[in-house]
Ligand binder design. Structure first.
Ligand SMILES: [Cu+2]
Length: 184
């Protein structure tokens, strides 16, 4: 090998080495904002719920702890709704830009609907005594705006771009499922 070829080879190696070192020193890592998670829970009893609402409406995998269809309505009508139907946590503080990730780990569908003021849902039999349906839940799933906030069991919805301030979310079916998100 002549001197020129040696020099070219050496330059090439040096260049490759420099590139490698540069790549190590300046990794191009993206840091997407971490999402804040909300878990949706319920204890629907597959036997009694599906007898009324059809097969596969309730697909609960929780063992025991089930609430029957009639009991759920009875408790709501008495003003003591079943606490097993819940959004967790009840309050969340996030920084602006952080997406909310809402996962339905219960056995039936729910909605995660932003409301100006907490109130009743569209299934009047599940509302607290004297509580009216809030406008954001009115007419149920025939209202596209309500249908868009539905979360099926086992699925997750993402909510991005929440503006600074307080946001209230409730389920339009089981209106005692409520939470507040404060965006800083
Ligand atoms: Cu619900």
């Amino acid at each position: 090998m002549n001197t020129a070829a040696k020099f070219a080879l050496l330059a090439g190696l040096t260049f490759a080495g420099a590139t490698f070192a540069l790549g190590q020193q300046h990794p191009q890592q993206e840091h997407p904002p971490t999402s804040a998670q909300v878990v949706v829970l319920d204890e629907c009893d597959p036997t009694t719920f599906n007898a009324v609402l059809g097969p596969d409406f309730c697909k609960n995998v929780a063992l025991g702890e089930f609430t029957t269809f009639d009991d759920l309505f009875a408790k709501a009508a008495a003003g003591t709704p079943d606490p097993g139907w819940d959004f967790e946590p009840d309050e969340l503080k996030i920084k602006e830009g952080t997406p909310l990730s809402v996962v339905d780990q219960g056995g039936e569908p729910h909605t995660f609907t932003e409301v100006a003021k907490f109130g009743g849902g569209f299934v009047t039999g599940l509302n607290a005594p004297g509580e009216d349906t809030v406008p954001e839940c009115s007419t149920g799933f025939s209202n596209l705006a309500v249908a868009k906030t539905r979360i099926l069991q086992g699925s997750t919805i993402q909510i991005a771009d929440l503006k600074k301030g307080k946001h209230r979310f409730q389920c339009c079916i089981h209106p005692w499922m409520r939470m507040q998100v404060e965006v800083k």
